[in-house]
Design a protein around this ligand. Structure first.
Ligand SMILES: NC(=O)C1=CN([C@@H]2O[C@H](COP(=O)(O)OP(=O)(O)OC[C@H]3O[C@@H](n4cnc5c(N)ncnc54)[C@H](O)[C@@H]3O)[C@@H](O)[C@H]2O)C=CC1
Ligand SMILES: O=C(CO)COP(=O)(O)O
Length: 332
């Protein structure tokens, strides 16, 4: 078993993951940029900024120094937002022990390059075993020990099962997969679809529309995945349909709530200011559209969300245009 785990990023998910490691019997160090947050994590064993009301295991050691957080670690969980992965990976280059496995816990696609997190890490930190952890996991629930099932995807079976052993407990249940790209695409696109479902809710367009978007969201995942070495069946699993089910039906999702606010007529800057943390779908919509254009893939939901959020398109006209698209085969 990999016992000593460094979690990088002490937001809601990173803090929850550190707790999950301790629930599984391991030791977690937690890297946060902000020394004030580190002090409160170490002295009060809580993260009032990102995960209020939760008592953390006192064995979790936080540090604002990467070197310290990485001391004697067996594996690293990357839990900063997707857009910061490259910067964090570059800092890791001189510090990470040879062959140390890395687990991508962020959900997104890089802006500017249109790359998946595993592609970003493959460029910046080649040679390290890579896994992707994704699925329906609200941080606050998983950290409290409420039952949670996830996809743990890794091309190397031995690394996958060692990582699963490190994270698994009575309340946290990883299912193994050998399709990391599929898990990444599912996690990235579900945030965009969650924004679209929030818009539907905020505008009072009904539950039929939401179910339609969830299902067509799976179709967008599968179409993109077909060009990126991912398997269709992955999108029917926890990191695809599972996460869509969670994030597209609950205002506990930040992406869904941002969509709700937009649907109610609030501006993007107001909705972002009210958000409880990073809303990955806003940035990934732009990156997904870039990637899809490059690959010649049609992603109408992602394109509509991107045009409303990032290109100043009128919401009402965008909804009309979506609904007026030419009729097509369901499986195409
Ligand atoms: N919150 C949740 O329930 C879940 C979140 N995720 C994913 O995990 C990732 C992180 O999300 P959250 O922890 O919820 O976000 P958050 O907004 O709660 O926290 C983000 C943390 O990353 C830090 N950070 C931002 N840029 C950084 C940089 N350049 N270098 C170092 N630290 C940086 C921030 O200071 C903050 O502590 C996202 O990709 C999200 O989609 C995945 C599963 C569940
Ligand atoms: O990824 C998540 C649940 O699986 C968290 O979703 P939000 O980022 O939309 O809150």
């Amino acid at each position: 078993m990999l016992k000593r785990i460094a979690v990088l990023g002490a937001g809601a998910w990173g803090t929850a993951l550190a707790q999950i490691v301790t629930l599984a019997g391991g030791r977690a160090s937690l890297w946060a940029r902000d020394p004030a947050l580190v002090d409160s994590l170490n002295s009060r064993h809580s993260n009032d900024r990102y995960l209020p009301g939760l008592d953390l295991d006192p064995s979790i050691r936080a540090s604002s120094h990467l070197e310290e957080a990485l001391e004697s670690v067996d594996a690293v969980l990357l839990a900063t937002p997707a857009q910061s992965l490259r910067e964090v990976a570059e800092r890791l280059r001189a510090l990470l022990p040879q062959g140390c496995p890395m687990v991508i816990c962020a959900k997104g696609i890089e802006r500017g390059s249109g790359k998946l997190p595993s592609q970003v890490l493959g460029e910046t930190l080649p040679g390290h075993p890579l896994a992707v952890l994704s699925g329906p996991t609200f941080a606050a629930e998983a950290a409290r020990g409420l039952p949670t099932a996830v996809t743990l995807a890794c091309r190397d079976k031995l690394t996958a099962s060692r990582l699963a052993g490190t994270l698994a407990s009575i309340s946290f249940r990883p299912y193994l997969s050998d399709d990391p790209h599929g898990a990444e695409i599912g996690g990235a696109l579900k945030n965009i679809v969650a924004i679209s479902c929030g818009i539907v809710e905020g505008r009072g367009l009904g539950q039929n529309a939401r179910a339609g978007l969830i299902t067509r969201g799976v179709a967008e995942m599968a179409r993109l995945g077909a060009h990126l070495d991912a398997r269709r069946e992955t999108f029917m699993g926890l990191s695809g349909l599972g996460d869509l089910t969670l994030s597209c039906t609950s205002s506990a999702s930040r992406n869904y709530s941002l969509g709700q606010a937009l649907g109610q007529g609030r501006s993007l800057s107001d909705a972002l200011a009210a958000s409880r943390g990073v809303t990955e779908g806003v940035y990934t919509a732009e990156a997904a559209v870039l990637l899809a254009r490059r690959l010649g893939v049609d992603l109408p939901i992602a394109a509509a969300v991107d045009s409303v959020l990032n290109r100043g398109a009128d919401l009402e006209q965008t909804i009309s245009a979506m609904l007026s698209r030419p009729l097509k085969q369901e499986t195409a």
